[in-house]
Structure formats: C-alpha cells, structure tokens
Write a protein that binds this ligand. Structure first.
Ligand SMILES: [Mg+2]
Length: 135
C-alpha cells in the first residue's frame, strides 16, 4: 500500500541519544548516513512531485557464501548516487552525506554527468538540504 501524499513527514531530530562507546559529553551523536538517507526518503515519499527510491550500491548478498558480491560487469558504474528518482519529470539523483562526509571523485563525476544530461542532482546532508534544492 502506498502512503505517498497521505500525511506529513515525521521529521527526525538531527541528534540522537548515543548508546555504547564513544559517547560525547553531551550524550548525543551525529546521525549516520543511513539515518539521514532514511529521513530524506520518508520526506520524499510525502511529496507528490517526487518518485524516489534508494539506490542499491552495495553488492548483491550471496546467501550461500554469506558475502556481498560486487558487480564485475564491464557496464558497472561507480559513484552512483544514494537516492534516485524522478522530480517533476526530470531524473533525480541525491548523494547523501553526513555533516562531515566527503564526496568521492566517482560520486562527483556521477553528479556532474547526471547534471550535464539534464538531471536534477545535489549532495544532501539533511532533509533541509533537500527542501532547499527542490523548494
Ligand atoms: Mg553517500
């Protein structure tokens, strides 16, 4: 069942309580890239002008060998963005990063070519970055 457009997004707090090791003095930690990506996908699912999905960038899981297999296709493309979709009829690519995450050269090249070909693409470190770009 689709929930697109049915209710406003639940925006998650930027900082979450930290459990376990490495706890900073204020008891909070930075969100992981996966958490930011999930918040962005929840937000995009609520928008009626976006159809978006997470890009499967890790390899396909091999249940026999219990490992992630990387693609060995000669057509495999490195640096494909974390979120792909369609925004108002245009291809959409969003590279998700944490506050301090660095964009790799492959990711930068992908975004550059995506934009050259007419796509809407950007790096997002928060839901706010997405609303800034898409309005
Ligand atoms: Mg990323």
């Amino acid at each position: 069942m689709s929930t697109r457009g049915s209710r406003p997004p639940r925006l998650k707090p930027l900082m979450k309580p930290l459990r376990g090791r490495g706890k900073p003095s204020n008891g909070l930690r930075e969100e992981t890239e996966k958490e930011i990506q999930n918040s962005i996908l929840e937000y995009l699912a609520y928008r009626k002008d976006v159809f978006a999905w997470p890009n499967q960038s890790v390899g396909i899981f091999d249940p026999v060998r219990k490992v992630f297999r990387k693609s060995h296709s000669k057509h495999h493309l490195n640096g494909v963005s974390d979120i792909l979709g369609i925004y108002r009829g245009k291809p959409l690519a969003i590279e998700v990063k944490t506050k301090i995450g660095k964009v790799s050269p492959d990711q930068r090249d992908f975004l550059h070519q995506f934009g050259e070909e007419g796509g809407v693409c950007f790096v997002a470190r928060s839901v706010q970055d997405v609303t800034d770009h898409l309005g």
